[in-house]
Design a protein around this ligand. Sequence first.
Ligand code: SF4
Ligand code: SF4
Ligand code: FES
Length: 368
Amino acid sequence: MTDQTATINGQVATFESGETIFAAAERLGVHIPTLCHDPRLKPAGACRTCLVEIKGRPKLVPACATSLEAGMEIDTENERVERHVKTLLSMYLADHDSQAAGTSPGADGGKNENQLLDLARRHDAPMDWPTLENIRKGRPEDLNPYVAFEAEKCIACARCVRYCAEVESVSAITMAERGGETTVFTSDGRSLMDTTCELCGGCIDTCPTGAMTEKKPLSMESVESDALSKVRTTCNYCGVGCQMDLNVDVSANDGRGKVVKITSPKPGTTTNDGNLCVKGRFAYDFIDHSERLTTPLVRDGDGQLREATWDEAYRRAAEGLLKVAARHGNDSLGFVSSSRCTMEENFLMQKLSRTVFHTNNIHQCAAT
Ligand code: SF4
Ligand code: SF4
Ligand code: FES
């Protein structure tokens, strides 16, 4: 059924059964603050940031976890709701190392997004409440190369744990302890390297407070924020073609730029839905690696490789292929393309095989 209606701040919302108040409000352009919500995850209703008022109901309800019902009259921005949001955000900030979050260098130079601070500023929440002593445990030194956890920034919203279970399906991390000591832990406090963790970095991406951060960014500490530019591109590690954002320090390398971090686009905007794997998110050192081949090499009679022009390299490859075809026949040749090539490049490769060398021996490794 699609003809049910409710109102949100007086605007009529038409909805389908099962749609949440938050989803309908988002469609209408109504801002509802959230912290534990991630559209990739089942609603948890854990943080209570998104509470709204429904006419006739005594208690505020979480918009992210409450389905719309026909005739509901919802108010998301009256005085009661706003007072609740301000108080709640202030309480989260008191239990959160806001000095470290986004303002002083953390594992990634303090440049991870911090939705908690952004919301507190947007809702004008008092930010000067005394900070509580942190009693939340971190993990003992974890030798994994990519994911850092800073317990003093965690608000125990469980987004990271739910992401790990529901999207990555590995449950490498879990919520542990009770009350103010609630924290994110691994089995027996092991390093992520000794768990089922796939080092996808999705927990970093979904964390709303910067408690999960990257250990890796190459030189984020030294990058001025106005020198950082995001460039959308397609990952070339496999044939899936995930979209990713290269965070480029445009002032580095004599103005040629340098990739210092890779992030995923917002969930719901690209086919990979905000997810990346370990290679896409972390394996970018090769871009500026000193041993990276940037010039073609050819081997001379002495067996040694030497630098050559592209024209010479193409000519040598063509001569070699023609020689084999002349001696052993065209079907002695086989062409193997790559899932890291674009569709157009793969098309050209089969043209080369079939039209130039008259053989159907053409394969591409993403033939799955
Ligand atoms: S990096 Fe990925 S697999 Fe590892 S704990 Fe985080 S979400 Fe789970
Ligand atoms: S680390 Fe981040 S996502 Fe995980 S529970 Fe803490 S605040 Fe939430
Ligand atoms: S965002 Fe709705 S309860 Fe957390």
